[in-house]
Design a protein around this ligand. Structure first.
Ligand code: HEM
Length: 136
């Protein structure tokens, strides 16, 4: 059983690292000098991977929780809240993206939102991990 927890924890951590890499890549693209058309194509290409990795984080987290008979702690509650927050910001971003007009102002507003969203995602990721390791 301990071996299964260790393996799931390792996978949980690998996917958290992967999400960090994807956030960094999104931020790099958003801060580059690409035309909006090129930028949006690249962002659309990464988006599915982002949500696959997020699901993998949830899935591995649920496995660890199930093995521990759904024992709850403050850091796990924070992880779930941060995870829901990341998904909610993503849904809002998608709505803004879909309702965006073809004007420069509208595109700039979307870019600003996306930069804020990914920065918040990164902060959430770091703060949650820090909270966990400070408590252990
Ligand atoms: C983006 C959000 C998340 C982050 C940044 C995060 C981060 C972490 C980290 C750094 C660990 C420590 C791993 C280790 O060293 O073994 C951990 C463990 C864990 N995570 Fe997450 N996690 C997130 C989402 C979730 C979700 C959604 C769940 C549940 C559905 C979850 C459940 C757990 C559990 C049960 C543990 C083991 C806790 C313990 O050993 O006391 N996590 N997580």
């Amino acid at each position: 059983m301990e071996e299964l927890i260790r393996l799931s924890s390792q996978l949980h951590l690998i996917f958290i690292g992967l999400l960090g890499v994807l956030i960094a890549f999104n931020l790099y693209l958003l801060n580059s000098d690409k035309t909006f058309l090129k930028l949006s194509k690249r962002l659309e290409l990464i988006a599915p991977q982002y949500y696959i990795v997020l699901s993998a984080i949830f899935f591995t987290g649920i496995i660890i929780m199930a093995i521990r008979q759904f024992h709850f702690s403050l850091s796990v509650a924070v992880m779930i809240i941060v995870w829901i927050g990341i998904v909610a910001l993503g849904i809002r971003g998608h709505k803004i993206y879909k309702s965006m007009e073809r004007t420069e102002i509208s595109q700039k507003a979307y870019k600003q939102y996306a930069i804020k969203k990914y920065t918040l995602d990164l902060l959430g990721l770091c703060a949650t991990s820090l909270l966990f390791y400070m408590g252990h």
